[in-house]
Design a protein around this ligand. Structure first.
Ligand code: MG
Length: 396
């Protein structure tokens, strides 16, 4: 009985980790990265993806996806295997703490992103072992949640997201698909004329005009505006009835966010990309640098610390919105009360998000016509992995 781990007279083979492995494989996508790392549509091309697998002695497996660089051999050999092999996979908290302690002595080689993929694979293993979705193991709060449509950054593609009217037209399509909220990523370099606060506000005004007053709107603009530019953006958004302003300045400067939040009525959301996991997020709450906290499984080093940020925010009467799509973030949203949304995207007029990924047999975040994403009933993280695709497209 796999639901019972160990008992009197039983060996620990159910729970002891004996193998940690990474596979790199090719898949086809129409997403391309620009010189600043932002995704845009383009012709189909092959890219590489990694899957980390943690295995117990009797063959149970947990899996999580991340770019190959996150699970490169040096990192797995030097840190991950040293911490995991021979240990009880159910001791996620201890394993996470030990990995986090290794970061200091790792000469910056062991990143939060690697902590995240390991933690996610451990959660997936726990769920698969007992045949339960991860959010039910944590303690479920809901099995469906409203999604906001999160656009790609602005571009210079004709009919894409090149003008304020393009954003307005696309917003109408998203509302017709069922979305009750939309977040704009506006123009950033390498777009030739970006960034530009006035153009950001024109796009936001065009979207508000297109969707009317009842659709919730948010912005995630250029991340390196000055304080005065960011304040001007926030004041403009207040007139358009936006729900939050996200990362308009470098988050390394918490004081700048405190300065901005003190002057704006529109809620300030953050931090997303700032380092420091739940510890740094506690500092932002204490400083009054944000009104809505931000976390994300990849940003803070796993589901385990993401839950700490959610619960810390709850204790301060704050929402904490979860950054990014994918199954791991949906599991966090489904296991907590104090967030309104699941972030679905990134979306663009020339891409069909519902087509999914070629290494997953079905969507991890299917959305109905009312804009609710339903949490899959599958065990673990709920990803419907096409293992044949992975094996048939292995990169040596
Ligand atoms: Mg963001």
């Amino acid at each position: 009985d796999r639901r019972r781990a160990t008992g009197p007279g039983r060996e620990d083979q159910d729970v002891i980790i004996t193998d940690v492995s990474a596979r790199v494989f090719k898949h086809t996508t129409r997403r391309h990265s620009d010189t600043a790392g932002h995704a845009h549509p383009g012709p189909a091309h092959e890219v590489q993806q990694g899957i980390l697998t943690i295995r117990t002695e009797d063959g149970h497996e947990g899996h999580s996806f991340a770019p190959p660089e996150v699970m490169r051999p040096h990192v797995l050999d030097k840190f991950v295997r040293k911490v995991l092999i021979g240990q009880d996979h159910r001791d996620r908290e201890r394993l996470w703490q030990e990995l986090a302690h290794w970061q200091r002595g790792s000469a910056a080689q062991l990143t939060d992103r690697t902590l995240a993929v390991v933690d996610c694979a451990l959660w997936d293993l726990a769920g698969r072992t007992v045949g339960q979705p991860v959010y039910k193991l944590i303690g479920g709060y809901r099995d469906k949640v409203l999604a906001y449509g999160s656009t790609m950054c602005g571009d210079e593609i004709e009919g894409g997201l090149a003008t304020p009217d393009d954003y307005g037209r696309f917003a109408e399509k998203l509302v017709a698909r069922g979305y009750k909220g939309i977040k704009l990523h506006t123009w950033m370099p390498p777009v030739s004329w970006a960034p530009d606060v006035k153009m950001d506000l024109r796009a936001c005004a065009a979207v508000r005009e297109a969707v009317g007053p009842d659709i919730r709107l948010m912005i995630d603009a250029f991340h390196w505006y000055t304080r005065t530019d960011a304040l001007a953006l926030g004041r403009g958004l207040e007139k358009l009835g936006f729900d939050w302003i996200e990362e308009p300045m470098d988050e390394q400067s918490m004081s700048s966010y405190k300065w901005m939040a003190d002057q704006l009525d529109i809620p300030v959301l953050g931090p997303e990309s700032a380092a420091g996991k739940h510890w740094q997020r506690a500092e932002w709450v204490k400083a009054g640098a944000c009104d809505i906290l931000r976390t994300g499984v990849n940003d803070v080093g796993g589901i385990t610390p993401a839950l700490k940020t959610m619960h810390m925010a709850e204790a301060f009467g704050m929402n904490c919105e979860v950054h990014g799509n994918t199954a791991m973030n949906l599991q966090v949203v489904a296991a907590t009360k104090n967030c309104r949304w699941y972030e679905r995207g990134l979306l663009h007029p020339f891409l069909e998000y519902d087509d999914g990924l070629d290494y997953l047999k079905s969507l991890s975040d299917p959305m109905d016509a009312e804009g609710y994403v339903h949490v899959p009933d599958r065990p673990g993280l709920g990803e419907d992995i096409d293992f044949d695709h992975i094996e048939n497209n292995r990169v040596a």
